[in-house]
Design a binder for this molecule. Structure first.
Ligand SMILES: Nc1ncnc2c1ncn2[C@@H]1O[C@H](COP(=O)(O)OP(=O)(O)OP(=O)(O)O)[C@@H](O)[C@H]1O
Length: 272
């Protein structure tokens, strides 16, 4: 993976302020999110953590407008309800946890789909589109497999391609659902480092879910702990990642120690 510091051109307007106000959502009659309230400013990184089934993915999909919900999502104070799809796609990009990947496309063609909201409809990629795609693929170590069929990439390579497509969109807000789930430690750090650089340099706003709580605490500046559809704790990683919270909400035995760049969560084996 490249260590270049030059990279994808910054989003045109920097990051945005995202507000989630009283968001309630569910499936059929089952309520999964209950009055969720969150706020993250330009350049902020909010990691939504919580046990399996607590509603993290549903929250991200609701923020994107992909899942019906009550309550309001605002981008820079403007409610997203009624916002034209193309405007929404220019503001927010999403890397889903389990993406549906198209068949019969190369990695480059797939990443180029991220440019769709910026191009005239049905037009060929312009040189700026090709440049942004090439930059993002280089940054994510995908350049050597640019012409390979997407389907032939390994799980971790496909996950990086999904992130590359989202970054090629040059969004103001990046929503990442478990972006490191299929990645080895080195690639996980490189992906998170890249996102971190984009938010620091360009003010990109990041909302992610992350199961690895140590990584969440190292990269995000704020954590929101979701449990049974409600935000039960929100604040700095040190405030939210406590042994007591992990026991109460995850049923986990763990020690939380001071790591070199934030709290580190150490699982503790059962005594018997
Ligand atoms: N399409 C669906 N139909 C019915 N229930 C669903 C559907 N999708 C999700 N759920 C349920 O909604 C709840 C929240 O799911 P969600 O995927 O948002 O949780 P999560 O916190 O992202 O979980 P995980 O950490 O396991 O990815 C779960 O109980 C899940 O079973």
């Amino acid at each position: 993976m490249s260590r270049r510091t030059a990279g994808p051109r910054p989003p045109a307007e920097g990051g945005a302020h995202v507000e989630v106000l009283g968001l309630t959502a569910g499936y059929g009659r089952t309520r999964v999110l209950d009055g969720v309230r969150l706020s993250v400013g330009p350049g902020g990184w909010l990691a939504v953590i919580g046990p399996n089934g607590s509603g993290k993915s549903t929250l991200l999909r609701s923020v994107l407008g992909f899942h019906p919900h009550q309550g309001q999502v605002r981008i820079d104070g403007v409610p997203t309800t009624g916002m034209p799809r193309r405007d929404r796609a220019r503001s927010m990009a999403y890397a889903p946890q389990t993406p549906v990947l198209p068949e019969g496309v190369t990695t480059r063609e797939y990443v180029t789909l991220g440019r769709t909201p910026h191009r005239p409809l049905l037009s060929a990629p312009r040189s700026v589109d090709r440049q942004v795609v090439a930059d993002v693929m280089e940054r994510l170590g995908l350049a050597p497999m640019a012409e390979r069929q997407l389907a032939t990439l390994s799980g971790g390579e496909q996950q990086r391609a999904v992130l590359a497509r989202a970054l090629a969109q040059q969004p103001r807000v990046l929503l990442l659902d478990e972006p490191t789930a299929a990645l080895d430690l080195g690639h996980a750090q490189q992906v998170l480092d890249l996102v971190d650089r984009l938010r620091r340099q360009d003010g990109l706003t990041v909302v992610s879910t992350l199961h690895d709580l140590t990584l969440a605490g190292q990269y995000a500046d704020r954590l929101a702990l979701l449990s049974e559809g409600r935000v039960v704790a929100e604040g700095s990683p040190a405030d939210v990642l406590t042994a007591e919270a992990l026991s109460t909400h995850y049923g986990a035995r763990a020690r939380v120690v001071d790591g070199p760049s934030g709290p580190a969560v150490l699982p503790v084996r059962s005594p018997d």
